[in-house]
Design a protein around this ligand. Structure first.
Ligand code: SF4
Ligand code: SF4
Length: 212
């Protein structure tokens, strides 16, 4: 089976969110639904020295994430109605809305906060890696939209051969749980999954929940 995936270069991403907006436009998503989300992750502090000068280890970077079309999709395993499958030709994980009973089990199960219960439509929705486009030889729309060329699409084996096999940086969880099909170039400031020195500073935007 071919397994398609995304590459994300966090050293190029400026957090402009053009990818997110292009996806929302192309997929005609409502105001509260986004298939691609850009996490703003920041941390560090300023420290005063005895001579009155200050040093800092403050940092900020962005992580643009959509569905990772995982090898072990927790969403699919949790769905009680068999509405989610992993396409045998492309490895793309899709929700079939005609079978979805809106239980919300996939929303709870995905460690990447990907599926969303669309209350207007009455079923769960998520990124399908622009299935119709990629099976017609085109790139997903987010790849075309990024003005910094921070995103790339392709066979995950090729992306890993080209860019390495880093599959997570903070605030992403460890890749061990679902084996996501994403290759990442970490920027100099990037922290490991599980990092506790920083925080998502646009929590409301990416999860709909205000930061604690
Ligand atoms: S990222 Fe989440 S929604 Fe996408 S395949 Fe993996 S577990 Fe499922
Ligand atoms: S469009 Fe490119 S630079 Fe802008 S947020 Fe998305 S990945 Fe980052």
């Amino acid at each position: 089976m071919t397994q398609y995936g995304f590459y994300f270069d966090s050293s190029r991403c400026t957090g402009c969110k053009t990818c997110e907006m292009a996806c929302k436009d192309y997929k005609d998503l409502s105001q509260t639904v986004a298939f691609r989300k850009v996490y703003d992750y920041e941390g560090g502090t300023w420290t005063a020295a005895d001579d009155g000068s200050y040093t800092t280890d403050a940092y900020a970077y962005h992580v643009s994430l959509a569905c990772n079309h995982c090898d072990m999709p927790a969403c699919m395993g949790a769905c009680p109605s068999g509405a989610i499958d992993k396409d045998q030709k492309t490895g793309i994980v899709r929700i079939h809305d005609d079978k979805c009973t809106a239980s919300g089990a996939c929303v709870e199960a995905c460690p990447y906060n990907v599926p969303i219960l669309d209350t207007e439509k009455g079923y769960a929705v998520k990124c399908d890696l622009c299935y119709d486009r990629v099976t017609n030889g085109q790139n997903p729309i987010c790849i075309e939209a990024c003005p910094l060329r921070a995103l790339e699409f392709g066979e995950i084996e090729d992306l890993r051969a080209k860019y390495g096999d880093t599959a997570a940086i903070a605030p992403m969880p460890s890749p061990d749980e679902t084996q996501p099909n994403i290759a990442i170039k970490a920027c100099d400031a990037a922290k490991e999954p599980g990092d506790s020195t920083g925080a998502i500073v646009n929590e409301m935007e990416v999860t709909g929940t205000p930061a604690a």
